[in-house]
Design a protein around this ligand. Structure first.
Ligand code: SF4
Length: 335
């Protein structure tokens, strides 16, 4: 009887997730920050609510309103300012949608939109306005997506994306992974995720078992923006994934007031590498409405790249990347 109960208990990461902070005043109180929330906070929150797991908050500096991790999650009035040149579909997802839940934008790979929410709401997110409700076909709809992949032998890589794909239970993800592995021309399964960065407990034994348990090469593309996001618990979890055979990459976003300084970018690359992760992309901000206050001018971005390239070995220097709607590939920005 006891054994039966233990079997059905939900994983610890789900409990941690259920305790995430969603109230901005509670967040400020926890950090002992005296700051009046703006009058329009409800409007900002109605467009894109606050959500941040407590473990991520624990990595923030108490008393510092300008903490780089806090800046990534605290809703502010600037998000309501309309900005010329910014849109609601910054990277052209809608035009590349083949069916609900499947985006085929680039040669050789497709994106499965598996979940319509995340473990953390990043204020700069390029999908903050993405119509997830129209893109959640559910498990029945996935069958159509699998048929699409099966019918196109040029597709060699399937990417689980979202929202946050790792919000789905391992049992469901494992079943989908096995169906994809049964399509002979697919060689790589990649997961785009920020969940392990904010809840390292998500790297469970069950997860690693199914992710490395098919004939597909397993790649996890993480999203970590600041060295303070990496603590010993996270590093240990990532090294466990690496040891299990997962190739770990990181895509950061260059964000004003978060990581737009050479020493921060260099520390990020070094800490990632020590945890088994290659820092492969530094993305320029996707121009989504509500995120313009995070933009780092292109000239400054190039200067930062020159500075870090002069001091780091090549494998620790991420490529500076720009994604533009309608282009057939992301562009590498020369500096
Ligand atoms: S985790 Fe990724 S998809 Fe989710 S809000 Fe943050 S940037 Fe957007």
């Amino acid at each position: 009887m006891i054994l039966e109960k233990q079997k059905t208990r939900s994983p610890r990461w789900q409990k941690i997730l259920s305790q995430a902070i969603t109230n901005p005043q509670e967040l400020l109180n926890l950090l002992e920050i005296e700051h009046f929330l703006p009058d329009d906070i409800k409007t900002v929150m109605a467009k894109f609510p606050l959500k941040v797991p407590r473990g991520f908050v624990a990595k923030m500096q108490a008393g510092d309103l300008h903490d780089p991790l806090l800046r990534q999650v605290l809703p502010i009035s600037e998000e309501l300012h309309w900005q010329e040149g910014y849109s609601f579909d910054a990277v052209g997802d809608q035009a590349a949608k083949k069916m609900p839940g499947l985006i085929h934008k680039y040669q050789g790979r497709v994106l499965f939109i598996l979940a319509g929410s995340c473990a953390i709401n990043c204020r700069f997110c390029f999908r903050r306005e993405f119509p997830y409700a129209d893109n959640n076909p559910g498990q029945k709809g996935w069958q159509k997506a699998l048929d699409y992949i099966r019918a196109d032998p040029s597709i060699e890589e399937v990417i689980f994306s979202g929202g946050e794909p790792l919000l789905l239970p391992d049992k469901i993800l494992a079943s989908l992974a096995h169906k994809i592995a049964a399509i002979s021309h697919v060689k790589i399964l990649r997961i785009h995720t920020r969940l392990p960065i904010v809840i390292p407990e998500r790297i469970t034994k069950d997860f690693l078992t199914w992710f490395t348990g098919t004939r597909l090469k397993s790649v996890m593309s993480l999203h970590c923006n600041h060295p303070n996001e990496i603590d010993a618990t996270l590093a240990k979890a990532l090294l466990r994934a690496q040891k299990a055979g997962v190739t770990l990459l990181n895509q950061a976003v260059l964000l004003k007031g978060v990581n737009d300084a050479p020493e921060i970018l260099m520390a990020l690359s070094k800490k990632l590498f020590a945890a088994g992760v290659l820092p492969y992309y530094l993305n320029l901000l996707d121009k989504v409405q509500g995120a313009a206050h995070f933009e780092v001018p292109l000239t400054r971005a190039k200067q930062l790249m020159r500075e870090i390239s002069a001091q780091l070995p090549g494998y620790l220097v991420p490529k500076l990347i720009q994604e533009e709607a309608g282009k057939s590939a992301k562009s590498v920005v020369a500096f």
